[in-house]
Write a protein that binds this ligand. Structure first.
Ligand code: BYC
Length: 325
């Protein structure tokens, strides 16, 4: 690794910074943003591309579990809402791929890395959506966890990522509310509807806690990303924040979160909660979750089916620039 990043832990011993390294560190220390044309250490660029690409892939793959219900939504109103939400996820993916391009990443290359499994996407999207209550629970828990994780990223040190995140968070907030409103409606419905909501909550609760990443002690990237002010909180801090904000929402909704160890701890001022199954997390992240193969096969087919659109768009752009020359 080059640059100041590797050395910033023990400032006393580090070699003298070059002017460029000094400017980079000064920008971060004074809470200004690193912009695409600024010098940055290779490792910072690599980390940003990794995180932004993984985030973009998550948005795009994340369209599938809910997209599964667009044709079976129970009313025109629910269908219009769901369609708008899934389209928003596509938009988020596009802003994020554009942010990755400002770092020199190539869009085609990123897509190839996704469909060959070389780059990750969020573990959460490898679980099936079995009933329409899953649409509500994804909005409530998955978008709720996403907001909790992403609001601090609006202050991330890389300018294009931080700015993309502001708009994304506004839209995620709408997504979260639509999910919760759907669940409130179902809870006021029949016994069968209430059971569907409880069942979906049981299935999505633990995977939602896994969205925040491995525990801090097993998170190889957190320490450096906190120093670079890419991340503002650790994985465990955000997971705890999510649990604390979600328990009262579950109570208001009238569902039980599937964790017998969940209880308020007066001393800590937080909820205690049970152990996450990190073996399951590892299985899902390494490609062996319930829907990994299906998600990637679907994305690969969509990419191949869209080849003619990309070719036509490139031919059209070439004609226009010839005409303008
Ligand atoms: N799933 O050192 P760590 C949405 C990886 S989409 C899979 O803690 P870091 C939505 C991690 O990448 C929202 N992989 O890493 C869309 C790293 O990989 P490498 C998605 C995970 O980066 C549609 C390794 O494990 N949100 O809201 O410091 C519909 C070690 O982890 C996961 C984002 O992408 C996981 N859950 O922290 C509805 C947020 N967790 O080094 C909703 C942006 C970790 O082996 N990303 N890994 O390549 C982040 O905030 C951070 O990247 C993370 C991980 C907190 C996720």
């Amino acid at each position: 690794m080059t640059g100041p990043a590797a050395d910033s832990a023990d400032a006393g011993q580090r070699p003298e910074l070059t002017g460029l390294e000094h400017d980079f560190e000064g920008t971060i220390a004074s809470e200004r943003r690193i912009e695409p044309r600024d010098w940055m250490p290779d490792a910072y660029r690599k980390t940003m591309i990794r995180q932004i690409a993984q985030h973009a892939h998550s948005e795009i793959i994340g369209m599938q579990p809910e997209g599964n219900w667009v044709t079976r939504a129970p009313s025109l109103r629910r269908k219009a809402i769901l369609l708008a939400k899934v389209q928003d996820e596509a938009g988020h993916g596009l802003y994020l791929y554009s942010a990755a391009e400002t770092l020199g990443a190539d869009r085609e290359d990123l897509t190839n890395r996704l469909i060959t499994g070389a780059q990750k996407y969020s573990s959460i999207f490898n679980y099936p959506t079995l009933t329409f209550a899953d649409v509500g629970v994804i909005g409530w828990l998955v978008d709720g966890a996403a907001i909790c994780n992403q609001v601090p990223l609006c202050r991330s040190s890389y300018g294009p990522y931080a700015r993309a995140m502001i708009r994304i968070c506004k839209e995620e907030s709408f997504h979260q509310r639509q999910g919760y409103e759907l669940l409130l409606t179902m809870m006021r419905g029949t016994e069968a509807q209430r059971e569907m909501v409880q069942d979906a909550t049981n299935r999505w609760w633990w995977p939602s806690l896994m969205m925040f990443g491995p525990p801090d002690a097993a998170s190889p990237n957190t320490e450096q990303s906190m120093r670079w002010r890419i991340k503002r909180h650790t994985n465990d801090e955000l997971r705890q924040r999510f649990v604390d904000m979600t328990v009262p929402q579950a109570e208001a909704l009238g569902v039980t979160l599937p964790d017998p160890q969940l209880r308020w701890n007066d001393t800590r001022g937080n909820y205690d909660f049970g152990a996450v199954d990190w073996d399951e997390f590892k299985r899902v992240v390494s490609g062996n979750g319930p829907c990994n193969a299906q998600r990637i096969a679907h994305r690969r087919a969509a990419h191949e089916d869209g080849a003619w659109v990309r070719e036509a768009a490139a031919a059209h752009a070439a004609k226009r620039s010839e005409a303008a020359a």
